[in-house]
Design a protein around this ligand. Sequence first.
Ligand code: ADP
Length: 162
Amino acid sequence: MTVAVYPGTFDPLTNGHLDIAKRASKLFEKIIIGVYETPAKNLLFTTEKRVDLIKQSIAGSPKIEVESFSGLVVNFAKEVGAQTIVRGLRAGSDFEEEFEMALMNKKLSPDCELVCLMADLRYQFLSSSLLKEVANLGGNINDLVPKPVAVALKKKFNSAVK
Ligand code: ADP
């Protein structure tokens, strides 16, 4: 079975992330979204909540699953039987970082391949951090995230979000 992991922080999942997962699920038999438990970032949502929001958002996509992980992505990939890591590339900033990480992952696990999918035009400028900032300031984020995420953001920011 061709299995790929799609690792990230997903704090929270956006439509850009979901678009990558769905498109990747057409290339592989199974996609496992890997939620990184302890990134070097300030988190808005707990690991459990990030996983739960993804679970709700992928209901109806049987080829996509979600699991949390800690430690190296290549070890997580091995554990779940994945041969490939999927990442999304937005214009500009993502490439350098992905390239660096890909070379390191290749060194750590030479058999593991990276597949990068270009972010959809609609989501090129969408990041979880910008989304949180806009939501915190009461901006409308409904078009940018799955429904359960919009609800969770509204709750977090005391319904400031329309
Ligand atoms: P990380 O902390 O690992 O970058 P993110 O949750 O920010 O985790 O992103 C996970 C993956 O999704 C990364 O490959 C990132 O480039 C990609 N990604 C983030 N936002 C988008 C978007 N709007 N469209 C497509 N891919 C995206």
